[in-house]
Design a protein around this ligand. Structure first.
Ligand code: G6P
Length: 609
């Protein structure tokens, strides 16, 4: 979603800002802009489309500025136009960039218009710029003006303001949308994601909810939500600097698909061995929390939700603990009951998804006492706000369609199953079996990736299709859901997933030769049932693509193409069968010529509702 980069320095910061925006492109956006202060002038350049167009425009006019703010916009209020792109300017003096939504923007707009301000855009953000200009008339101090102005905002914001009359200062405010200060030597930076600043610094201060900060070249002053000046920890980032490199792959998504064996090795490292799980890997208090846990509530969005649904099968089947999974945006707006001795588990690649964060906040308010975040970004809001956290260690994921984050989440959730199960009479041999399965996982994924060219061939048959159906049973049902999500996200083919047993309760009506049916069929106890479902499709003239274990006895014929997936232990099958479905969506998207890494209308990190 929207991205922010800002800098106060002595040198020209234009290329730093543009590189920062490029590094945020993966989050999804539709327009971009920069405001630069140079020789007492405020110069704003904006373009719709890619950061490259903005860069061309700035470079053609030799843009200069030692202080500047920049933004990639993902439209919420107002269509995709240059006028609506950020930064927004008030009184030709203040420039503002903003991530999030000011929910009371209509009321603010009316009040500001009556105070004589003219609005040039349809955005909610412009109210921030004018509100600060109005406060400046009263206080004459930018920090105080922002502190006063934010009190009038309802909603979510990560915002940065500069004043051309005070070119050495940026004032920033965080509420609901993350901001991180990057510390340089004689220069300082701000961004919505540390990735944007890795070329210039590795020392970061993550602002907390409600913080407002004044940043100059040499100082950082942070005021917390109670109005007190506070110190925040300086964190040395361990994030890979070059995650932005495609390493020779055509797309980040393909690179990330192929990274899965190695990142899963990393996820398991020092945590799992043939002797068992290492102690306290979920945190110092985790053992006592898990011993008391009688019910697990999992909350997440998108792909992370599918990881949660898979874990429900595992937690109930292997660990014998009751579990429910819910989409964060549903949970946060309904009344729910908190069962006794519950553990709340949130799952998120980014740790900044607005709905998941709001759901966690609500869960704590209504009485969940223990919370665990399974997350890929250390220091993210979700991690900081949860009692326990467990890092997926997938490395930075750039492709909007999540791949390695999902499979590492699943590996973590299998570890969680054992960690809780050992307190819940999970038989020793079942624990041992799941451990062994996990240890074989990286090699199994390497073997499975060798199906790529076979899957690429099969993808040809999808290029003229508009709809598709994914079927799975048991713990493969969420994998079918994830397969369908991947296909629709990047190839724009309508894809729906069904638990195979539901076929006759509706979707059978849709079956014909134009509706490919994709089936995930490992060799488990539900195989016979799945065979019957396949026959139901065949009898209605459907064309099937079956990903099956060799021993599952599916044979290719004129109505069915079978891809044999390497045999694996049952508990890891959902992770192994994810791979061919990721490859299928990738190759179909390639044939359709879509923007694989930045599919239309989607964002990597959804920091607004
Ligand atoms: C967006 C992304 C998805 C992701 C979902 C949840 O929709 O495009 O890939 O699964 O958000 O994000 P999270 O960071 O919470 O896992």
């Amino acid at each position: 979603m929207c991205g922010i980069v800002g800098a106060v320095a002595e040198r020209n910061v234009v290329q730093i800002l543009l590189e920062g925006l490029r590094r945020l492109e993966y989050r999804g956006y539709d327009s971009a802009g920069v405001a630069l202060i140079h020789n007492g002038q405020l110069n704003t350049v904006k373009r719709t489309g890619k950061v490259q167009s903005l860069s061309d425009a700035i470079n053609s006019e030799n843009g200069l500025g030692a202080t500047g703010i920049a933004h990639t916009r993902w439209a919420t209020h107002g269509s995709v136009t240059e006028t609506n792109a950020h930064p927004h300017v008030s009184t030709e003096r203040f420039a503002v960039v903003h991530n999030g939504i000011i929910e009371n923007h209509k009321v603010l707009r009316e009040a500001l218009i009556s105070q004589g301000y003219t609005f040039n855009s349809d955005t909610d953000t412009e109210t921030i710029a004018h509100s600060i200009a109005e406060q400046m008339k009263i206080t004459g101090d930018l920090l105080q003006s922002v502190l006063n102005a934010v009190k009038t905002f309802h909603g979510a914001y990560g915002t940065v303001v500069v004043d051309k009359e005070d070119p050495n200062t940026m004032v920033v405010a965080r509420s609901g949308s993350p901001l991180v200060i990057g510390l340089g030597f004689g220069e300082n930076f701000i961004a919505s994601d540390q990735m944007a600043l890795l070329p210039v610094t590795r020392r970061f201060i993550f602002l907390e909810e409600g913080d407002v900060a004044e940043i100059t070249r040499t100082t950082v002053k942070i005021i917390d939500t109670d109005g007190n000046e506070v110190e925040r920890d300086i964190i040395e980032s361990l994030v890979e600097h070059d995650a932005g490199d495609k390493a020779g792959y055509r797309h980040y998504m393909l690179k990330e698909i192929y990274e899965q064996p190695s990142v899963i090795r990393n996820t398991l490292k020092d945590r799992v061995s043939a002797d068992g799980l290492a102690d306290n890997i979920f945190g110092r208090d985790s053992e006592s929390i898990f011993a008391k846990t009688e019910y697990v509530k999992i909350i997440a969005c998108g792909t992370s939700y599918h990881a949660g649904v898979t874990a429900k099968y595992w937690l109930e089947q292997y660990a014998g603990v009751s579990c429910d999974v819910e989409i964060a945006s549903e949970f946060r707006y309904r009344k729910s009951v908190v069962p006794a001795n519950s553990l709340l588990v949130t799952i998120s690649q980014s740790g900044e998804t607005a709905d998941t964060l709001a759901a966690l906040k609500l869960a704590k308010e209504i009485g969940y006492t223990s919370s665990l975040a399974i997350c890929n970004v250390d220091g993210s809001s979700l991690v900081r706000e949860s009692a326990l956290s467990f890092m997926t260690r997938a490395g930075t994921e750039i492709g909007v369609a999540s791949t390695k984050a999902f499979t590492t989440q699943l590996a973590c959730l299998l570890m969680l199953t054992i960690a809780i199960g050992k307190h819940k009479n999970m038989p020793k041999e079942v624990q041992q079996n799941v451990l062994e399965a996990l240890l074989t996982l990286p090699t199994k994924l390497e073997e499975t990736l060798q199906l790529a060219s076979e899957v690429e061939d099969l993808a040809e048959e999808f290029s003229d299709k508009y709809h598709s159906l994914f079927l799975g049973r048991g713990d493969q049902y969420p994998i079918a859901m994830e397969g369908a999500l991947k296909l629709k996200e990047i190839s724009y083919i309508h894809a729906e997933a069904y638990a195979s047993g539901e076929l006759k309760h509706g979707p059978l009506a849709l079956i014909d030769a134009e509706m490919p049916v994709i089936v995930v069929a490992p060799n488990n106890e539900l195989l016979e049932k799945l065979h019957s479902n396949v026959e139901e499709v065949r009898a209605r003239g459907g064309i099937m693509y079956v990903f099956a274990d060799k021993e599952a006895q599916f044979e290719s014929d004129e109505t069915m193409r079978v891809v044999n997936v390497p045999h694996c232990m049952e508990s890891i099958a959902p992770i192994v069968y994810t791979i061919p479905l990721q490859l299928l969506s990738y190759y179909v998207a390639l044939i359709k010529g879509t923007d694989v890494d930045q599919p239309r209308n989607l964002a990597k990190s959804v920091t607004v509702e």
